[in-house]
Design a protein. Structure first.
Length: 95
């Protein structure tokens, strides 16, 4: 099973990433991906200092998972050399 990560983001603290995460998990399950990490940011997408986005990109570079999806459920190029590891969740909230 391909290991994958999810990236979700909302703009305000009044919003929740739960719906995005649920939809992406369903998408991953349909494609046969094991979700090993969820990265979540609560801030404007226009900001360049999104901690969870930086973390998911770093993890991808380290090959901690083989595929990723953002809140639009667009698949990223699978990484056949991904390593195994424990599921984790990274969150960033800026108010």
């Amino acid at each position: 099973m391909m290991r994958g990560a999810l990236y979700v983001r909302v703009s305000t603290k009044e919003q929740t990433t739960e719906n995005q995460e649920r939809e992406l998990r369903q998408w991953a399950e349909r494609l046969g991906f094991e979700v090993v990490a969820v990265y979540a940011d609560t801030m404007s997408g226009a900001r360049s200092d999104r901690a969870a986005l930086a973390a998911v990109l770093t993890a991808a570079h380290r090959r901690e998972f083989g595929a990723g999806a953002d809140r639009g459920a667009r698949a990223r190029r699978p990484n056949p050399r991904s390593s195994s590891g424990r599921p984790h969740r990274t969150s960033s909230t800026t108010g």
